[in-house]
Every structure is written in structure tokens, then in C-alpha cells.
Ligand binder design. Structure first.
Ligand SMILES: [Zn+2]
Length: 221
């Protein structure tokens, strides 16, 4: 008899919250996905063969949940769905805190996703604010949740052109950065690891800077 293993990946996330297809917005349903893996095959290292009665050997059927969009006839893994939703929340945060660059200073805004960046499996979310004088890009390396900031002479659809020159955002209005990092250093030593917080402070920094200057990082306002 073939072994069989069902793993409940994240029941709360899949059952109690509604999730929607990123392409067509249809509410997703849950489906069971299965795969037969032999314990001696090369891909066995990606599966957990431990069972209630010890190790399972031979062919084992693994069963788990994924999301399914009936409109697109497509399955989406739970990890992929979490990544999509986290990116959507992060994008909304950026769009909200930097809205003044668009409405008050007339900058253009573009969010681009680059898959398989840097000759690897990296996903980059790039948020660009630009006009004729230059382009400022917030660069988020999704897998590491890292933020970097770049200036380029103009907006581009090429990641390498967007990320021509790195900029250090702490060089403008250092006293505002100081104030926040000092206050939070004791309460929140991981200030620099909280991207939403860093971006909220950076928005405050930019507002102050632009009230006194006609440019930021080489972009004329
Ligand atoms: Zn769909």
C-alpha cells in the first residue's frame, strides 16, 4: 500500500480569510493538490517523509492545499499568494505616504515588478517617481525584504538603467533621521528592519527638504 501524507499548510490563512486572484479579482477557492514522490528520488529532499509510524519509504503521495481561480483556471500556491498580498500592501503604503510627490510636485509614478532579476531567482519591486529632470526609485528586493534607493537621469523599463546610482537617503535632513532613530533605538532597535517605518520617516524628511529646496537627489521640482 502506498504511503500517504496530508499536510495542513496554514489552515487559518487559507480557511478564514478571503483571497482574490491577482489577475481577475475572482474570489479564490481551495483545492487539494497531490504528488507522488519516491523516497529514493532526487526530489525527495524537498519533502518530509516522517510519519506517525516512523519514516515512510517507497512511493508516497503528498497532498496539500493550494488556491484555485476558476476564471483563469490557475492554481496559486499559498506561499506565492502570501507574497502577492504582502507586495500589494507594501505598494499601497508607498503610494499613500509619497502621494504628495505626485499631487503637490507633479511627479509621475510607476510601479514595476522585475522577475528573475540579477540573473537569478530574485524578485524586485521598483517604485519610481520621476519628471524630465530625473528619476528616483525605491528598490525592494522581495526575498530579503531589503530596501535600496537609486537615482537615474530618466525613467526606464530596464532595471539596470533605473538603478544607475545608489543614493543614501540619510544625507538629507539628518536631524530628522537622528530624532527618529534615537527615540526608537531604545524602544525599537530594529528600526532599520521595519521598511514601512523607514519609508514613513523618509516621507517626512522629503516634505521638509522640499519645503526649503527645489530639488531632491538631483530631481528638479
Ligand atoms: Zn483569475
Amino acid at each position: 500500500m502506498m504511503g500517504r501524507k496530508y499536510f495542513c499548510n496554514d489552515v487559518i490563512y487559507t480557511i478564514f480569510k478571503k483571497h482574490h486572484c491577482p489577475v481577475c479579482e475572482t474570489q479564490l477557492s481551495r483545492i487539494k493538490v497531490s504528488k507522488i514522490v519516491n523516497s529514493k528520488s532526487p526530489e525527495a529532499k524537498n519533502y518530509d517523509f516522517s510519519g506517525t509510524n516512523g519514516f515512510m519509504v517507497g512511493d508516497v503521495e503528498f497532498i496539500w492545499d493550494e488556491f484555485y481561480c476558476e476564471t483563469c483556471d490557475k492554481t496559486i500556491s499559498i506561499d506565492e499568494m502570501k507574497r502577492i498580498e504582502r507586495t500589494a500592501r507594501f505598494s499601497m503604503h508607498i503610494r499613500a505616504v509619497f502621494d504628495f510627490l505626485i499631487t503637490d510636485y507633479g511627479l509621475e509614478y510607476k510601479h514595476q515588478e522585475f522577475l528573475n532579476a540579477y540573473d537569478g531567482n530574485w524578485t524586485v519591486q521598483a517604485y519610481s517617481f520621476y519628471n524630465n529632470s530625473g528619476c528616483f526609485t525605491i528598490h525592494n528586493l522581495v526575498q530579503r525584504d531589503e530596501l535600496d534607493f537609486y537615482h537615474s537621469p530618466k525613467f526606464s523599463q530596464e532595471l539596470s538603467e533605473l538603478c544607475g546610482k545608489g543614493v543614501n537617503i540619510c544625507t538629507i535632513e539628518p536631524e530628522i533621521w537622528d530624532k527618529h532613530t534615537k527615540i526608537w533605538f531604545f524602544k525599537r532597535p530594529f528600526f532599520w528592519l521595519n521598511n514601512n517605518k523607514v519609508l514613513s520617516v523618509f516621507a517626512e524628511v522629503l516634505k521638509t527638504h522640499l519645503s526649503k529646496n527645489k530639488e531632491f537627489f538631483g530631481i528638479q521640482i
